[in-house]
Design a protein around this ligand. Structure first.
Ligand code: MHO
Length: 251
């Protein structure tokens, strides 16, 4: 009889111990994130993708401004608007710091991007933007074709009509070559936040640059998302942190 009881006691004790270990592990452990391969938009959807390029001051900020908008799939910072070949951050010549925005035409439009462009900087400032002084921070709408050129010109006229007291300095010019900038400047805002980088799985540089999720979070970190989106991402991150499961796969 006693032998039977002992036989039961040992496994039950072990089972309880295992249960406690599992619960403590679930509650306390920060798991090491795995890499999440980003699913690329499938081929049929590629036809709805367009790119637009704008210059509106520091490209760190420009990338964050556009990255969080509904319909924006990807962003990339670079140099455009000048004549120097292969510009670099410390010697960009006559180029302007620019952002290339890849967007889904079913969800947003060149016109909507133009509205964001105007409301996200001061196009009346001469030779710079905010504290950043110099031609590299000038305001430019780059166009691709006559329709974009028409829309850009019309929107500039509207902007100018808001006040005649100063001149809207924004240039409108066909896009020549867009030179992507060095990796350090891509998703710059997000890279200042190791916690969020880990949250999305510490993607290698190439994947980070192509990631739609990183594009959005880059805007979130800079607090430049539209307020509703900013709050939605806040809630999502808090929820994940509460659950102790530190991988954010999508928004
Ligand atoms: N004011 C910015 C300019 C950076 S930029 C990408 C700074 O912190 O230096 O040109």
């Amino acid at each position: 009889m006693a032998v039977t009881e002992n036989n039961f006691r040992v496994p039950r004790f072990l089972a309880i111990l295992v249960l406690i270990v599992l619960l403590v592990d679930e509650a306390l452990c920060i798991r090491i994130s795995e890499r999440i391969p980003e699913i690329d938009l499938d081929l049929p959807n590629q036809q709805y993708l367009e790119t637009a390029v704008f210059a509106l001051g520091s490209f760190w900020r420009s990338e964050a401004v556009f990255g969080c908008l509904p319909g924006v799939i990807r962003t990339k910072v670079g140099y455009a608007g000048g004549s120097k070949t292969n510009p670099e951050y410390r010697s960009l010549g006559d180029h302007a710091e620019s952002v290339q925005v890849e967007y889904d035409t079913r969800l947003t439009s060149f016109n909507e991007l133009l509205n964001v462009f105007w409301s996200s900087h001061d196009p009346r400032q001469v030779f710079g933007q905010g504290p950043d002084v110099g031609g590299q921070y000038r305001s430019i709408i780059f166009t691709n074709g006559t329709e974009e050129s028409r829309l850009a010109t019309a929107s500039k006229q509207l902007e100018q009509a808001r006040s005649r007291n100063s001149i809207v300095t924004t240039q409108i010019t066909p896009l020549g070559t867009f030179y992507p900038s060095e990796a350090d400047h891509q998703k710059f805002e997000l890279k200042q936040n190791p916690f969020l980088l880990q949250l999305i799985g510490n993607l290698p540089e190439e994947e980070l640059q192509r990631s739609s999720l990183a594009t959005k979070l880059n805007g979130y970190v800079a607090e430049l998302c539209p307020p509703k989106i900013q709050r939605m991402i806040d809630a999502k991150i808090n929820d994940i942190v509460k659950k102790g499961w530190p991988i954010l796969r999508e928004l």
